[in-house]
Design a protein around this ligand. Structure first.
Ligand code: NAD
Length: 260
């Protein structure tokens, strides 16, 4: 039997085929999960059409727009999940945002609004989503919530700038959510991925160099793949990780353990 058969969950953060969330959806589907996918509305409708293509591949039973910077949009997603399933086993938060200009200038020049926006979308958004899905998970006797982080939460990574404190906030928020929801058997964990070339990471200045250094200074002398991050996400979504909560799990070919 597949490890996720009978489980239902929602994945936020598919933008295109390179998205970590895309690989997550494929792996979770392969293991029998029933999926809901969300997309961010963009002017050319590219995310929507990419997510619809993925939805066909993974037989998604619900596809819905969701902009996590908008309370009404989050509420509308929660209502749709309630109407569609009424119960939920997992939520994958695989999204982040920072203003391009805040990733190009000195960190101390980050604008007030840019700092707030990066934190709001990349970290705060987890809270209303969790608040919305927790009652549906309680009906299932528990659930698993997983988000994506980067070592820039702990280390001052070149050009990662405002995303560093935003990821630190995401990781700390996950620990507080894990504490709050632990008694309900709802687990909250974070996967900290090594550098991968995606649409978001392309916005980080000198990202190719960051990847080169990431590989060179890792224990395994290479970078990770979306599939490897997805496999660990699958483990955290499954009952195989039933005793794990509040953790940040590094999937980075051992970059984070090296004293260079
Ligand atoms: N690529 C890397 O090197 C790397 C490393 C570690 C962690 N991560 C994290 O992995 C996650 C996924 O990123 P990715 O690399 O797959 O890039 P990606 O660009 O494919 O995915 C980011 C997603 O965020 C979504 N998004 C942005 N603003 C949003 C909003 N307001 N509402 C809803 N969705 C919104 C975008 O639509 C996009 O689908 C992010 O949290 C990212 O920080 C990425």
């Amino acid at each position: 039997m597949s490890v996720l058969s009978g489980k239902k969950g929602v994945i936020l953060g598919v933008g295109n085929q390179r998205s970590i969330a895309w690989a997550v959806a494929e792996h979770l589907h392969k293991q029998g999960a029933e999926l809901a996918l969300t997309y961010l509305i963009d002017p050319k409708g590219r995310f929507e059409s990419n997510v619809k293509n993925l939805g066909e591949k993974v037989n998604a039973s619900l596809i819905k727009d969701c902009d996590v910077s908008d309370d009404n949009s989050i509420r509308s997603l929660i209502n749709s999940l309630n109407d569609h399933w009424g119960e939920l086993d997992f939520l994958i938060h695989s999204l982040a945002f920072a203003e391009q200009k805040d990733l190009q200038m000195d960190f101390s020049s980050t604008s007030r609004i840019g700092f707030a926006k990066a934190h709001e979308i990349s970290a705060f958004s987890l809270l209303p989503l969790v608040e919305g899905v927790a009652p549906m998970m309680k009906k299932r006797g528990g659930g698993s919530i997983i988000s994506m982080s980067f070592i820039g939460s702990n280390l001052a990574v070149p050009h990662y700038h405002v995303m560093g404190p935003a990821k630190a906030s995401l990781e700390a928020s996950s620990r507080y959510l894990a504490r709050e929801l632990g008694p309900e058997n709802i687990r909250v964990n974070v996967v900290s991925s090594g550098a991968i070339k995606t649409l978001s990471s392309a916005g980080i200045k000198d990202f190719a160099e960051l990847m080169r250094v990431g590989a060179e200074h890792s224990a395994m002398k290479r970078t990770v793949t979306q599939d490897e991050v997805a496999q660990t996400t699958l483990f955290l979504a499954s009952d195989a990780s039933s005793g794990i909560t509040g953790q940040v799990i590094y999937v980075d070919c051992g970059y984070s353990i090296m004293a260079n």
